[in-house]
Design a protein around this ligand. Structure first.
Ligand code: NAD
Length: 351
């Protein structure tokens, strides 16, 4: 049976990935520190499943990671664990350096030491896949798209910490021969997304009748990737990617933030009309922009398509419809993850 060590598997993308992988017959060792962003409720359906072992711990705890590797002998390690929210990195960059840089280094050292002990056939087949972001490339003007050769130019403490982790992963391949793969993806959306991020935040606030905060003029452009498409891309890169390579993953769905908010309002108006019958677009409020807000990200994912045959299966319209329905059907999950420390308030203003 194939075994993967997944880090950050109680978070948004890692959680979706773990649920799908276990359903596909993979045994998962799930290492997660359960920060505010980690939610075991996402994994409720795996309770009692012998193919899923949850371990509460830090990726930077080299001794813990080494013992998990020695005991479970995984065929691959997939690193999703990170501090992931740009606004939080503005308020407190230190945690981002600690997990995304120092933590990733600890993980890499433990994985390298384990990999060196493997018999030749298992060492050849072993992979470490590091999940990263398109934000490492900086910001774009009206035209152009990020390719795998775009120079790194991270603008936020979050993207700078992810860029550093990508460089460490690359260095462990070049220096020690560790068989690594890196994926740089655009903005994910879908089920189990912590409600501080744009799409689940807007759904929650729209349903609560609150104002819908749109940063600046709302014309910042992001490419939106449905999380199930992303998980499939990661499995594809893991299975077929060339060792030492990086692959961009995108959704072919560039949207202005204001267009995303308007789409959510239209879907909610149709599915759950407001008592007064008016549109939720009336709740939209423009607020001060995020400091240093990148204007546009766009991904060229043709390497992944041409080399490995992966393309996103969901259009934005399909994915956002599914996502809105999921949040309407899973209000209990949303309420359960909103503990006392985060209640949809604005952060990251540098005020
Ligand atoms: P998330 O914040 O929802 O989840 C991160 C998970 O990592 C949480 O469960 C948290 O508890 C865990 N974690 C944090 N620090 C840890 C540590 N030191 N040790 C072990 N576990 C720790 O993030 P996400 O949105 O699921 O993102 C997953 C990965 O994908 C991240 O590396 C992120 O940088 C990258 N990424 C995300 C997006 C996106 O749109 N969400 C886009 C591009 C790249």
């Amino acid at each position: 049976m194939t075994t993967w060590l997944v880090t950050g598997g109680a978070g948004f993308i890692g959680g979706n990935f773990v649920l799908e992988a276990v359903a596909k017959g993979i045994r998962i060792i799930n290492l997660d520190a359960l920060t505010y962003a980690g939610n075991l409720k996402t994994l409720d359906s795996l309770e009692g499943n012998p193919d899923h072992l949850f371990v509460h711990g830090d990726i930077g705890d080299r001794g813990l990671v080494a013992s998990l590797l020695a005991e479970h002998r995984p065929d691959a390690v997939l690193n999703f664990a990170a501090e992931s929210h740009v606004d939080r990195s503005i308020d407190g960059p230190g945690a981002f350096i600690q997990t995304n840089v120092v933590g990733t280094l600890g993980l890499l050292e433990a994985v390298r030491d384990y990999w060196k002990t493997l018999p030749a056939d298992k060492a050849d087949a072993f992979r470490l896949l590091h999940v990263s972001t398109d934000e490492v490339y900086g910001t774009l003007g009206e035209t152009g798209r990020f390719t795998e050769t775009t120079p790194y130019a991270p603008n936020s403490p979050y993207s700078a910490s992810k860029a550093a982790s990508d460089h460490l992963v690359r260095a462990f391949h070049h220096t020690y021969g560790l068989p690594v793969l890196t994926t740089n993806c655009s903005n994910n959306y879908g089920p189990y997304h912590f409600p501080e991020k744009l799409i689940p935040l807007i759904i929650a606030k729209a349903l609560a009748g609150e104002s819908l905060p749109v940063y600046g003029d709302g014309k910042q452009v992001r490419d939106w990737l449905f999380v199930a498409d992303h998980c499939e891309a990661i499995r594809t890169v893991l299975a077929k990617g060339r060792v030492g390579q990086t692959y961009n993953v995108g959704g072919n769905s560039e949207k202005q933030n204001i267009e995303v908010v308007q789409a959510i309002c239209a879907l909610l108006d149709a599915r759950r009309p407001r008592a007064d019958g008016r549109s939720r677009t009336e709740q939209i409020t423009y607020v001060t922009d995020r400091p240093g807000h990148d204007r546009r990200y766009a991904i060229d994912a043709s390497k992944l398509k041409d080399e490995l045959g992966w393309e996103p299966k969901h259009s934005f319209e399909q994915g956002i419809g599914f996502t809105v329905d999921w949040y309407l059907d899973n209000q209990q999950w949303v309420n359960g993850v909103l503990d006392g420390s985060y209640r949809l308030q604005r952060i990251g203003t540098d005020a």
